[in-house]
Write a protein that binds this ligand. Structure first.
Ligand SMILES: [Zn+2]
Length: 75
């Protein structure tokens, strides 16, 4: 029998890796782009909110990285 794989995510709340819940993207009236939340499967805290945007959308400012240091990956 082939063994199944699962995704795990590091959860700050659990302080360990836990199974990841990754629902299908949804669209609603409050958000311009389809989005979904990455959720810890154990404590259900939100790890990250992902939105799917067109490539042309400019990057938003980052509080962690100065604009001059920020690089946009080339393809
Ligand atoms: Zn957790």
């Amino acid at each position: 029998m082939k063994s199944m794989a699962r995704k795990e995510v590091y959860c700050e709340n659990c302080k360990s890796h836990q199974p990841l819940i990754q629902p299908d993207p949804q669209k609603d009236d409050l958000n311009l782009y389809p989005w979904y939340e990455l959720v810890c499967g154990t404590c259900y805290s939100i790890i990250a909110t992902v939105q799917i945007v067109p490539d042309e959308k400019p990057l938003e400012p980052s509080a962690a990285v100065e604009p001059k240091l920020k690089r946009v990956p080339k393809r």
